[in-house]
Design a protein around this ligand. Structure first.
Ligand SMILES: Cc1ncc(COP(=O)(O)O)c(C=O)c1O
Length: 352
């Protein structure tokens, strides 16, 4: 038996919605399912506005543009993350400034940010890493726009709210390996109506309905299709089931692995993380990953710290030792929402 790193949990309603969208002829970047999906995301997060977009990366880029970030500007980004936030900053012509992470939460270390600020700093992108929310209380004290990158954190919480509800605006990804998926997809959420309006304007070719091709700004096409939203709309209806499924797998993995040469990823006392992919650390990470893969378990080493990558290390003005340490010891194990206890146990035994 092979255990992939992840797989989507798709059911009859997803198929039914897609068939319905096909039959209706609404297959491009507007349509009833886009509206349904956006309203459901607003309801889930308590945000005033959600705009569904073609990917999480597109959502980050369009949001940065809407915040007025461009050439000459700097944006602080955590040194340990999938590279999309740093790439998005570069793709809008600005410069990422890499910041170390906190050892307790593995999210951007608020106390490390002030030393990185310059007159050109325009925002901080805070990544809820692998489902662990950032310390938004302390980040807000910086007095800068905060972008919450909740791409990996559907269903995570703190006492102050749910992932997607923090910062000036937040971003989700709905890529197939995410807890809630639409295949490819993303969204920007905010409580600021003017910012939401700019996001929509940029994502819709820089024009509004009724503009008659008199474009107001240089836009892009970042829209989510109605076909994609048809899948997403069915997934948000199963939000609790999909989030709970991965948390149940997490608890069982923890029980099987803790004390057998593995440590679960740490968790801050103030956070109720969700699980994107189950993550553990081991001093013998690389050998463990190699052995697991030989045994048909698609275990993976986590990303290298961006501050250690030749492409990005020039953007780290200061050392990022915590990001480097985590990236050399942490690994993911197969995780999906409909994973059975037998499957978790089988993977854990092979890994042990
Ligand atoms: C933290 C983070 N931000 C942004 C993205 C980009 O999302 P997408 O793959 O939908 O473009 C990802 C993707 O995994 C991510 O992990």
């Amino acid at each position: 038996m092979r255990f992939p790193l992840s797989q989507p949990t798709l059911g009859g309603q997803e198929s039914e919605n897609v068939r319905e969208a096909m039959a209706s002829g609404w297959i491009s970047g507007t349509g009833p399912y886009v509206d349904v999906f956006e309203r459901a995301l607003e309801q889930r997060t308590g945000r005033l506005s959600a705009t569904a977009l073609s990917s999480g990366t597109t959502a980050l880029e369009i949001l940065l543009c809407a915040l007025g970030v461009g050439p000459g500007d700097e944006v602080v980004v955590p040194a340990l993350t999938f590279a999309a936030p740093a790439a998005a900053v570069l793709n809008v012509g600005a410069t990422p400034v890499l910041c170390d992470i906190d050892a307790e939460s593995w999210t951007i270390a608020p106390e490390a940010v002030p030393a990185l600020l310059t007159p050109r700093t325009r925002a901080v992108i805070a990544v809820d890493l692998m489902g662990h929310p950032c310390d938004y209380g302390r980040l807000t004290e910086l007095g800068l726009p905060i972008v919450e990158d909740a791409a990996q954190a559907h269903g995570a919480r703190t006492a102050d709210g749910t992932a997607g509800a923090f910062g000036t605006a937040s971003v989700f990804s709905f890529h197939a390996n995410k807890v809630i998926t639409s295949g490819e997809g993303g969204a920007v959420l905010t409580d600021d109506p003017e910012l939401a309006d700019r996001v929509r304007l940029i994502a819709h070719h820089g024009m509004r309905a009724g503009d008659g091709y008199r474009h107001r700004v240089v836009g892009r096409n970042g829209r989510m299709t109605n076909l994609t939203a048809a899948v997403g709309a069915a997934q948000v209806d199963r939000w609790d089931e999909l989030v709970t499924g991965r948390l149940t797998a997490t608890r069982l993995y923890d029980a099987h692995l803790t004390g057998h040469g593995f440590l679960p990823r740490p968790k801050a006392s103030w956070a109720s993380p969700s699980c994107w992919l189950y993550c553990v650390t081991s001093d013998e990470r690389d050998a463990t990953v190699r052995r697991a893969r030989r045994n048909s378990v698609d275990a993976r080493a986590v990303w290298p710290a961006l501050s250690d990558l030749p492409l990005y290390r020039r953007y780290a003005p200061r050392p990022c030792p915590v990001a480097s340490a985590v990236s050399s010891t942490a690994m993911w194990l197969p995780t999906w929402s409909h994973m059975t206890p037998e499957e978790v146990t089988a993977v854990a035994e092979l890994v042990r």
